[in-house]
Write a new protein. Structure first.
Length: 139
């Protein structure tokens, strides 16, 4: 990246973020690519170390960019829309229909719980026998 930065006239730093979802680096890259060839190339580092998923971007280019320019605004709105699409797509892919919860996940959770309790019940058996020998009731 250092060598590539030396061959470009301009280096720009950006931060991309979305609320309520954790996007992958690939999702951030797709969103940046949706903006078209505004930057010659970029590198990004996605983070999940704050309340919101975000990515730090170093973008390289041959032209100076004015953040108040119409071309940047158009690029940014396209990237922002792509981020929202990525965010919405993630929510759809991870959503579980309510009927699936009652039909699949709950029985699986109950079975898992009963299996996890089995060692406790087996370990309690000698305790029950010892207490019964002393005349103590086991509930």
């Amino acid at each position: 990246m250092a060598q590539e930065g030396k061959t470009q006239r301009y280096t720009h730093q950006l931060i991309l973020s979305v609320k309520d979802e954790w996007l992958t680096p690939e999702a951030y890259n797709r969103a940046l690519a949706a903006g078209g060839p505004f930057f010659t190339e970029w590198r990004l580092m996605a983070h999940t170390d704050t309340s919101y998923s975000h990515a730090h971007v170093i973008a390289l280019g041959d032209k100076q960019i004015r953040f108040k320019s119409e071309s940047f605004r158009d690029w940014w709105l396209t990237v922002r829309q792509a981020l929202e699409t990525e965010r919405g797509g993630l929510a759809q892919r991870t959503a579980v229909p309510e009927h699936a919860l009652s039909q699949e996940l709950v029985p699986a959770a109950a079975a898992e719980r009963s299996l996890s309790l089995q060692p406790d019940l087996e370990a309690a058996q000698p305790q029950q026998e010892a207490e019964a020998a002393w005349g103590m009731e086991w509930e």
